[in-house]
Design a protein around this ligand. Structure first.
Ligand code: FEC
Length: 311
């Protein structure tokens, strides 16, 4: 790999097995082990989801392979991809060290999440940058790609398809609301002028406009807030669904989790099981858009962003 540009593809990471959930959860909690109750709760959520217990690992592997293929098509022989995970092995630092061992001198980092927050993408980049400096690699980063035309196109197709599915599954009940969503973060990100919220609204508005959804027929909501004492950005999707049903008489909802790119716990449990059950109790039909996973337009979004950043 001498002379090639390394591409560090960073993703959240998921446990290897149910036995590994405790170590994973402890890592997310920055070294503080969860209580027995918290651990049982998280294991229960993994056991409840469909598509294999830890689908994120396979999906991330597929996205890294898909990006490598796309880069090979666009710039043959120039790039070599490595994986670096935030909370599981191979960790971000492992990926950078592997590049150095393989003789890579120049690299680009990209995160499998389109929107920048200092607490999300920013922390991946910080860790990669620190290891790159220690390993003698010159590294640049893609900070966000939330308005890349091919990403918007892929999401637009999914929302249009989701609305069709919702119409069929709900028997065409109206009124319908499209709910764009993303992982909540602690409210303190607002104090540091973090771009996360603005970028998420920009993606949502752009997709709504391309699908032709009127302004009053969509809104943005948060999901999957952490279980900590400090306040997290809201409203949460469960609260939003309650208000839509009871105050606005909404009968059907399409959820578009545009902050995520893969089938994983926060989508398969928090939306498909928890939010769907809550909607059911409120008499609201609920569907979710298909996730991007290895969508060719998403692979092109990543490849073009990497090439632009790596020059
Ligand atoms: O399928 C899987 O195994 C992993 C699913 C998963 C994804 C994900 C994405 C994001 N998170 C973000 C922020 C936080 C913050 C905390 C936090 C906690 C958890 C816990 C689990 C978990 N997250 Fe996550 N997240 C996923 C899974 N996340 C499990 C721990 C239990 C729980 O609270 O439910 C709070 C940490 C703390 O205690 O201080 C903050 C953000 C994203 C989206 C961007 C990205 O992918 O990096 C932001 C997928």
């Amino acid at each position: 790999n001498h002379g090639k540009i390394g591409v560090l593809v960073m993703s959240y990471g998921t446990p290897q097995s149910l036995e590994d959930v405790e170590a994973y959860y402890t890592h997310i909690r920055r070294g503080h082990p969860p209580t027995e109750e918290q651990l049982a709760d998280l294991k229960g959520r993994y056991e409840a989801i469909v598509g294999g217990v830890f689908p994120l690992r396979e999906n991330t592997n597929g996205q890294v392979a898909g990006l490598q293929d796309k880069l090979e098509q666009l710039a043959p022989g120039r790039y070599v991809c490595y994986q670096g995970l935030k909370h599981a092995s191979p960790y971000i630092e492992d990926g950078v060290k592997q590049m150095a061992e393989d003789g890579v001198k120049q690299a680009v980092g990209i995160v499998l999440a389109p929107h920048f927050s200092t607490m999300s993408v920013g922390s991946y980049i910080k860790r990669a940058q620190e290891q790159a400096e220690a390993s003698g690699i010159a590294m640049s980063f893609v900070e966000s790609y939330h308005l890349h035309p091919k990403l918007l196109q892929a999401l637009t197709e999914r929302v249009a398809d989701g609305l069709n599915r919702l119409e069929t599954s709900s028997g065409g009940v109206k009124p319908v609301k499209v709910l764009f969503s993303a992982h909540s973060l602690p409210e303190r990100i607002r104090e540091i002028g973090d771009p996360y919220e603005k970028q998420l609204l920009e993606t949502s508005a752009a997709v709504a406009s391309k699908v032709g959804i009127a302004d009053g027929d969509w809104q943005f909501t948060w999901q999957s807030a952490g279980r900590t004492r400090e306040p997290w950005l809201g409203p949460d999707i469960l609260e939003t669904l309650d208000g839509l049903a009871k105050e606005d008489g909404i009968k059907a909802v399409l959820v578009a989790p545009v902050g995520f790119v893969s089938d994983h716990l926060e989508v398969l449990f928090d939306l498909d099981i928890e939010a769907k059950a809550a909607a059911g109790e409120l008499g609201v039909a609920l569907e979710r858009i298909a996730m991007l996973n290895r969508d060719p337009l998403y692979m092109e979004t990543l490849a073009e962003s990497v090439i632009e950043a790596g020059a």
